[in-house]
Design a binder for this molecule. Structure first.
Ligand SMILES: C[S@@+](CC[C@H](N)C(=O)[O-])C[C@H]1O[C@@H](n2cnc3c(N)ncnc32)[C@H](O)[C@@H]1O
Length: 222
């Protein structure tokens, strides 16, 4: 499917899928959205609730690698050991990745960002002393990990374009992949996704959303 580079509200780039009228991130700010939904309401929330020196995270939709990059930066700042699994069925081309302006906006070396994308698939790779990345090339419906993650960044395309990813079947896989008291965080806030999460056992909170969005959701495996 054709992808077009798009500048979002905070100056950071994302990709747009014109056929679906859908973006990889919010048009109001890709970095702002990722920092709010996944870092603040996901990673920082988890750490404040469960102080620990090690955390295991799965990302649903590795895409541009922005969430992963922000998480690497946090792991360095906090000296926190992170094992990160990024699941993605349709990786971007390297020529597309090189166009993204995340390293310069975040004041980090290009090399660190590109390293995330050049890491081999299906194997754990040390990105830094504190961060290990395993990228898995597969469909979300093929996730088989059980009781493995403290945190899931659920960053699939929206329910309007991929309703099959916001169902009880998919959230059941997420529930099983999480450890007890594990947390799933997502930018979405629609009622049918919330009910699908609740139907498999999640407790769901509605929280203030990132810029331009009233609400987002966070689900906990109680
Ligand atoms: C909203 S975008 C991801 C955004 C990504 N987290 C980022 O920061 O760039 C959703 C991602 O899910 C991937 N995807 C879509 N359907 C999928 C499926 N059924 N299984 C695995 N990956 C899928 C897309 O290729 C895309 O990279």
């Amino acid at each position: 499917m054709k992808r077009i580079l798009l500048k979002t509200g905070d100056g950071s780039f994302t990709f747009q899928l014109p056929e679906w009228d859908e973006q990889y991130h919010s048009k109001n700010g890709a970095i702002a959205e990722a920092l709010h939904v996944f870092i603040k309401e996901g990673l920082h929330h988890w750490i404040s609730k469960t102080p620990s020196s090690e955390i295991s995270i799965m990302e649903i939709g590795f895409g541009t690698g922005l969430n992963c990059f922000l998480t690497v930066i946090e792991s360095m700042k906090m000296d926190l050991k992170i094992r990160y699994t990024g699941v993605e069925a349709y990786p971007l081309e390297f020529s597309e990745i090189e166009k993204l302006n995340y390293p310069s906006l975040l004041n980090c070396p290009d090399q660190l960002f590109l390293q995330l994308h050049s890491a081999v698939w299906e194997r754990g790779v040390a990105i830094s002393d504190t961060f290990q990345l395993e990228k898995q090339k597969r469909f979300f419906s093929e996730i088989e990990r059980k009781n493995s993650f403290h945190l899931i960044y659920f960053d699939a395309f929206g329910i309007k374009v991929q309703p099959e990813l916001w169902t009880a079947e998919i959230f059941q896989l997420m529930y099983e992949a999480l450890k007890p008291r594990g947390v799933l965080t997502t930018y979405a806030a629609n009622g049918s996704a919330r009910r699908a999460m609740q139907s498999v056992g999640f407790t769901v909170e509605r929280l203030p959303g990132p810029p331009g969005k009233k609400e987002m959701m966070r689900a906990t495996k109680e």
